[in-house]
Design a protein around this ligand. Structure first.
Ligand code: SF4
Ligand code: SF4
Length: 189
């Protein structure tokens, strides 16, 4: 049989926990309101245009960090090699900046390609690929789906038989751009 004092103690405990929860909730609410870092919504839009492979070829830890740097003006829209010129142009349009003249000199877009003669079917590349662009099975020949590959190069670094080559992609009407005229050689007389 619960005594009156036990009931009072239980009620006091419930009230105390309730008050503590309310106080913590208020503190968190105030902190979220006044201490939160302003997020530039463009960061999400920029990150959505990037390959998302977090291959760090841009020099940042991952695509999210590169997106934040682009929005803050700490990185140029063409800092993402796997994205190529077409992605750089879309990023420049989104950020409202001009793509620098040398952006068109960026390395040609590439995709991974598996040399069937060298592939031993170890599946190490499949496990590295963040876009499921590689098809294959254990001890079977592997191949890359070019439309899914964003040239992060992680599989190439992983392959024990150097069976993976990054091959340039032929430009399409959408990705072709007028190459910059070669710099005139200074004529010495
Ligand atoms: S196939 Fe290779 S290069 Fe292409 S996305 Fe996958 S890991 Fe990257
Ligand atoms: S890592 Fe290289 S050898 Fe292994 S399955 Fe992939 S392509 Fe073939």
């Amino acid at each position: 049989m619960m005594t009156a004092s036990t009931i009072i103690q239980a009620a006091e405990a419930v009230v105390a926990i309730g008050l503590l929860g309310t106080a913590l909730g208020l503190i968190l609410g105030v902190a979220a309101r006044y201490l939160s870092m302003p997020v530039d919504n463009r960061t999400e839009s920029v990150a959505a245009l990037l390959p998302g492979s977090n291959c760090a070829q841009c020099g940042f830890a991952g695509c999210k960090q590169a997106a934040a740097a682009m929005v803050e003006g700490r990185a140029a829209p063409n800092c993402c090699p796997p994205g190529g010129v077409s992605t750089a142009q879309r990023l420049a349009d989104l950020l409202g900046v001009r793509l620098s003249a040398d952006a068109s000199d960026a390395a040609p877009q590439c995709v991974a390609w598996v040399d069937e003669e060298r592939c031993i079917g170890c599946t190490r590349c499949i496990r590295k690929c963040g876009s499921d662009a590689i098809v294959g099975a254990l001890k079977q020949m592997h191949t890359v789906l070019p439309e899914a590959c964003y040239a992060c190069g992680l599989c190439q670094a992983e392959c024990p038989t150097d069976a993976i080559i990054m091959k340039p992609v032929l430009p399409t009407l959408a990705t072709w751009h007028w190459p910059k005229p070669a710099a005139k050689q200074a004529v010495t007389v």
